[in-house]
Ligand binder design. Structure first.
Ligand code: HEC
Length: 215
């Protein structure tokens, strides 16, 4: 008796599964999912070959240092590098004295406390310090960036698929919205204050093209 009962319960659930599957299939055929603008216009990163690709790849010291210079002169105004310390720059080929000088002259200062009054103050960064953040907190960061918070860049190439190629594509991928996009999705015009970039997952991002607009 118990067996028949259990069998019937099992049959009921199996039947229910079949019915809901069929209903889903019918809905898919009668009302196919609408194409989305992201689905049609988002692009995978460009194919780039880097000197550090593959097991035998290596870094080019001049190139690393130029990259750091770009961070220093452009990106650091908005993006923190909170897991990287100045002394880590030795990995890019700077010697101890150079690292010391870079830290000392860094435009953003390290938060500190005035030893005489206890008031909040700042001091020059030292090699052991992490790169100071450009904004005091997320509210200040969002307020200065059209409500978007510039993400920390320390682990950015690990956090995104195709890391370096993605960042390269994003930085070089700003463009006007394609006419075909506006024709097919007239409601998807890039909102004011955002910038069209097909390499960004939702196509419009709050970062202005950093390497052209800023100079
Ligand atoms: C004026 C401020 C500003 C500058 C300068 C700037 N960024 Fe950004 N960046 C932002 C903001 C804001 C976002 C967040 C965009 C969003 O979520 O819509 C962002 C996002 C990013 C992202 C993440 C995209 C993602 O997938 O989430 C990367 C990578 C990035 N920036 C790299 C850089 C690099 C490299 C530089 C220097 C060449 C730079 N940014 C300079 C403001 C800036």
């Amino acid at each position: 008796m118990v067996r028949i009962g259990a069998f019937l319960v099992g049959l009921f659930f199996a039947g229910w599964l079949l019915v809901s599957f069929l209903m889903g299939a019918v809905a898919y055929v009668s009302e196919p999912p609408q194409p989305t603008v992201e689905h049609e216009f988002h692009e995978l990163p460009k194919h780039v070959s880097f000197s550090f690709d593959g097991p035998l790849g290596g870094y080019d010291r001049q190139q690393l240092q130029r990259g750091f210079q770009v961070y220093k002169e452009v990106c650091s105004a908005c993006h923190s590098l909170k897991f990287v310390a100045f002394r880590d720059l030795e990995a890019l080929g700077y010697n101890e004295a150079e690292v010391k000088a870079i830290a000392k002259q860094w435009a953003i200062k390290t938060p500190s406390v005035d030893p005489a009054t206890g008031e909040a103050s700042t001091r020059d960064p030292m090699p052991a310090d992490y790169f100071p953040k450009p904004f005091a907190n997320n509210v200040a960061a969002a307020a200065a960036n059209n409500n978007a918070i510039p993400p920390d860049l320390s682990l950015m190439t690990k956090a995104r698929h195709h890391g370096s190629a993605y960042v390269y594509s994003l930085l070089t991928g700003y463009q006007a919205q394609p006419a075909a996009l506006l024709k097919e999705f007239p409601d998807s015009k890039t909102p004011e204050g955002l910038h069209y970039n097909p390499y960004f997952a939702n196509l419009n991002l709050a970062m202005a093209p950093p390497l052209t607009a800023s100079r």
